[in-house]
Design a binder for this molecule. Structure first.
Ligand code: NAD
Length: 333
């Protein structure tokens, strides 16, 4: 395993983080014994960073992770989140954050988390995050219930605005730096670099698009992205590798990212992701793949309040319509 320092925090983190959202069955049914083995395998092979949230499996992921980490808590860096509780259930008030940490600590069977994050800041007004949610998190920091505080989200604009103004230790963004989308570097990375904030890049597999299995049914990207990914997967196979290995190599090479956070509940995935650390992509294959992806690269969708939209973000309803049209075309053929 390779370790990096997380921004200015001094924490030494494994460059691969364990994303525990699949433990809450976010990507389909999960065998609890297999996911316990995956957590153990990760710890035994040097992964020290675990990310979870009450939202994942509507508390199921936290409950399972808490159970699996019993007796191992001191070996790892544990992070959870507040403010998002269901698809449309958000609460960024100080009161809820203070209640939320107690609930999470209980489920996680611990008395502190190393990092506590405001989950998906794009669903709040930026002023509320800066003036209410972050001060509440800082209070928890003073009380020792959380060691560090951070923000997470999909659109880069609010993450950038908050990171510029407020005192946060980390920023987590997802699906914005991988083979399909690299716009994190256009909007967010310069601020992160300037302020020495710890950068966490989640969803290096573009929420399963960049795998042999392909996207889950709820994935917001348009069908044309999935079609190109399937062609890339075939090309990778012909070159004796896999699309997920290439995607991990691409994401792990980013010099400003401290943690590449990949979601896993299976030992074979943890093993494959650990084995890729320290390896380089075949440059000819990577160049060919980036060329194939070009026509569908950097497509992003709207998430959160309209005032937090990124430039060029597409309405998910439009994407849904495009997908239906594509499916109709397919059926007509
Ligand atoms: P991801 O891109 O990491 O993809 C995860 C999917 O890929 C899972 O279905 C997993 O089984 C599969 N997979 C993992 N390794 C594989 C391999 N080697 N081969 C084939 N398939 C493999 O997407 P993600 O899980 O959404 O993101 C990673 C983590 O980041 C999450 O679990 C979560 O902890 C965090 N996250 C946070 C936010 C947020 O805070 N707003 C948003 C997204 C993700």
């Amino acid at each position: 395993m390779i370790y990096k320092t997380l921004g200015k925090t001094g924490l030494k983190v494994s460059i691969i983080g364990f994303g525990a959202s699949p433990l809450g069955a976010e990507f389909g049914p999960v065998d609890p014994q297999e996911s316990r083995r995956a957590v153990n395998y990760a710890i035994d092979h040097g992964i020290n960073y675990f990310d979870v949230a009450p939202y994942y499996g509507r508390t199921l992921a936290e409950t399972r992770l808490g159970e699996f980490l019993e007796g191992k808590r001191d070996k790892i860096i544990l992070t959870s989140k507040a403010c998002r509780y269901d698809i449309t259930d958000f609460d960024y008030s100080a009161q809820r954050i203070i209640r939320s940490i107690e609930e999470s600590l209980k489920r996680l069977r611990t008395d502190y988390v190393d990092l506590y994050q405001i989950h998906d800041v794009e669903y709040a007004k930026t002023e509320q995050v800066i003036n209410e949610a972050i001060p509440a998190m800082l209070k928890l920091k003073q009380q020792g219930k959380v060691r560090l505080i951070g923000i997470t989200g999909y659109p880069l604009t609010p993450l950038k605005e908050i990171a510029q103004t407020a005192d946060v230790d980390t920023v987590l963004t997802y699906c914005r730096y991988n083979l399909m989308d690299t716009t994190m570097d256009d909007i967010l990375t310069p601020v992160i670099r300037r302020k020495g904030i710890g950068l966490i890049n989640a969803s290096p597999l573009h929420m399963r698009v960049l795998t042999e299995k392909g996207a889950p049914h709820w994935h917001p990207a348009p069908e044309k992205v999935f079609k190109v990914a399937a062609q890339v997967a075939k090309l990778c196979r012909q070159h004796g590798t896999t699309i997920s290995d290439l995607a991990m190599q691409f994401a792990l090479a980013h010099r400003d990212v401290a943690i590449t956070l990949v979601g896993t509940s299976k030992v074979r995935h943890v093993e494959a992701n650990i084995n890729i650390v320290g390896t380089q992509p075949d440059p000819d294959l990577l160049a060919q793949v980036l060329e194939m992806i070009k026509p569908v690269a950097n497509i992003c969708w709207k998430e959160g309040l309209p005032e937090n939209d990124d430039p060029d973000a597409i309405d998910k309803r439009t994407l849904g319509m495009e997908r239906n049209e594509d499916m109709q075309e397919e059926a007509d053929r």
